[in-house]
Design a protein around this ligand. Structure first.
Ligand SMILES: [Zn+2]
Length: 119
C-alpha cells in the first residue's frame, strides 16, 4: 500500500477516471475484526477519495438529530490500483518508490521527479 490518508490522488480507471481528490480513508488488507456499517472483506486495499465514486445511500432515520437521513450521496471505496499518487512536489501522477536512508528510516519517493514525499 503506497497511499496514505491525506494524499492527493488521481483516478486512472472507471467512470471517475481523471478526477482528483484527497484520500479520506484507507481500507487495508488486514483490517482486524471490527467492521463498520457497509464495509465487507472484499473492500480491502481500497481508498475513499473525496468527491470520487459517489453512491446514493439510503440512510434510515436514526434518533440522532445530527445524522442525515433519506437518500444521501457519499463516497464508496475504490481499489488502490485504480488511483495514482499525485506528487506534492511536481504535481504529476506518479508511481511510488521507497528510499531507505543511512540511519534506517524510510520514505516514499516520487518516481517522476525523485523528490522525497514524506519523512
Ligand atoms: Zn514528483
Amino acid at each position: 500500500m503506497n497511499i496514505k490518508k491525506g494524499d492527493r490522488v488521481v483516478v486512472i480507471s472507471g467512470d471517475d477516471r481523471g478526477s482528483e481528490g484527497e484520500v479520506q480513508r484507507v481500507v487495508r488488507a488486514k483490517w482486524g475484526k471490527g467492521r463498520r456499517a457497509g464495509e465487507r472483506r472484499v473492500e480491502a486495499d481500497r481508498v475513499v477519495v473525496a468527491g470520487v465514486n459517489l453512491i446514493k445511500k439510503h440512510q434510515r432515520r436514526t434518533g440522532d438529530v445530527n445524522t442525515q437521513f433519506g437518500i444521501i450521496e457519499r463516497e464508496a471505496p475504490i481499489h488502490v490500483s485504480n488511483v495514482m499518487l499525485l506528487c506534492p512536489k511536481c504535481g504529476k501522477p506518479t508511481r511510488v518508490g521507497h528510499q531507505v536512508f543511512a540511519d534506517g528510516t524510510r520514505a516514499r519517493q516520487c518516481k517522476q521527479c525523485g523528490e522525497t514525499i514524506d519523512a
